[in-house]
Write a protein that binds this ligand. Structure first.
Ligand SMILES: *Cc1c(COP(=O)(O)O)cnc(C)c1O
Length: 426
């Protein structure tokens, strides 16, 4: 690799950069990179062409599909390659709505879905469909009883994510799937954050449709999967050639398919061990952050959460200023606050779990990955209190709090505590 193509791994001050944003994207695994570059160079044929180069590409594509199907324990013809998680979500939802509209025009989802799901639902609303948005509890869980009550004779699709990308909460997908099966309603789950992180067998979960993405598990960007159970009826999504069993036109991205199969294979080869390792790092952060920073609250379920997800709210400060200062200290993290999402509102997920605006604005997501170590966590636990203190020292709210003009919404020793409602009235 040429020097200028390399991600900066060291800062001007000599500190190593620490990447803590694996829920946003991941660097390609070296073994995935090797098969990807080899395929780009040597496997350029069009799988639809009737000569050697085409046959070689078609065979590699089929092998990739079969490998993924085998690891997910589904049929190869149930795996459809897409351009990523966003397309898979769009296809599942809009394709189901299109194919099932004679049965009804009612869909159910949750308030904490990824925008690929929420905005697909909103597009359908403009087209005359009716959407029920299930609320979640303060840990971010959908209540199965709420789903049962929301299903109507004209309900055509339920879409509930497997695990949330911001707060990490893992939903009771199997239970939700059983309810959908009882009522003979199609069930879609956005499992982008779950693939490779937790064992996952669509057949055991009662799902008909499941979305996955390559770049969240050390594969390339721009490649994803829609699992479609044989017999689940949704409309084709992209008109064009006869690719992907006539369901999605467009010359196949064979090198990325091969690379994605490799990424899934690597993830499945050491999933349990790697999950345990990340859970240990995650729980160190979850347990130790409230000890080194006051007025800190954990967001998301304390244990039923992704192995790599840590999400905290810190009172009296803004998420984006935390990000900027952490960046200067050498960390890549994410926040649930305004400027990062190019909108003024804090994250819809943090509001949905009941955080007041002031608290949601001061949130930080750390999402761990394969390359993170105990040393990274050690350094972060030393730097984070400095960052938070520096920002609080500049915060008029913190000044007011110290002068007893306002009360804290998060208790001094927060942890997984409840947040006092009411706000500062400013
Ligand atoms: C990243 C992500 C997506 C979008 O996937 P892309 O491949 O980036 O389009 C969808 N859903 C969830 C939960 C995600 O984390």
């Amino acid at each position: 690799m040429k020097e200028e193509q390399k991600v900066v791994t060291r800062q001007a001050d000599g500190n190593k950069r620490i990447y803590f944003d694996h829920a946003a994207t991941t660097a390609i695994h070296p073994e995935v990179m090797a098969v990807l570059t080899d395929a780009l160079e040597n496997n350029y044929g069009n799988p639809s062409s009737f000569y050697k180069e085409g046959n070689v590409a078609a065979r590699a594509m089929n092998k990739a599909r079969e490998k993924i199907a085998e690891l997910l324990d589904v049929k190869a013809e149930e795996i459809f390659f897409t351009s990523g998680g966003t397309e898979s979500d769009n296809w599942a939802i809009k394709g189901a709505a299109q194919a099932q509209k004679k049965k009804g025009k009612h869909l159910i989802t949750s308030t904490i879905e990824h925008h690929a799901v929420l905005h697909s639902m909103e597009a359908l609303e403009k087209d005359g469909y009716e959407i029920t948005y299930l609320e979640v509890d303060s840990d971010g869980l959908v209540r199965p009883d709420d789903l049962r009550k929301a299903i109507r004779p004209d309900t055509i699709l339920v879409s509930i994510m497997y695990a949330n990308n911001e707060i990490g909460t893992i939903q009771p997908i199997k239970e939700l799937g059983e309810i959908c099966q009882e009522h003979k309603v199609l069930f879609h789950s956005d499992a982008v954050q779950a693939l490779g992180a937790v064992p996952l067998r669509p057949k055991d979960l009662g799902v008909d449709l499941m979305s996955f993405s390559g770049h969240k598990l050390y594969g390339p960007k721009g490649i994803g999967i829609l699992y479609k159970r044989k017999g689940a009826r949704i409309a084709q999504f992209i008109d064009g050639g006869a690719q992907e069993r006539k369901q999605r036109g467009g010359t196949e991205n064979v090198p990325s398919m091969i690379a994605l199969a490799k990424a899934v294979e690597i993830a499945y080869s050491d999933m349990e061990g790697e999950a345990q390792r990340q859970i240990r790092l995650r729980d160190r952060l979850i347990n130790e952050i409230p000890k080194v920073v006051s007025h800190a609250k954990l967001n998301g379920h304390p244990s039923t959460r992704l192995p790599n997800n840590v999400n905290f709210s810190f009172e009296f400060i803004e998420g984006e200023s935390i990000l900027l200062l952490l960046d200067a200290y050498g960390y890549a993290c994410s926040s649930g606050s305004a400027c990062t999402s190019a909108s003024l509102d804090p994250s819809h997920v943090l509001l949905a779990i009941g955080l007041p605006h002031e608290v949601a604005h001061g949130s930080l997501r750390i999402s761990l990955g394969r390359e993170n170590t105990d040393a990274d966590v050690d350094r972060f636990l030393k730097d984070l209190p400095k960052v938070i203190q520096r920002l609080r020292d500049m915060s008029p709210l913190y000044e007011d709090y110290k002068n007893n003009k306002i009360e804290a919404l998060i208790p001094h020793e927060g942890g997984n505590s409840l947040v006092r409602k009411g706000g500062y009235g400013i």
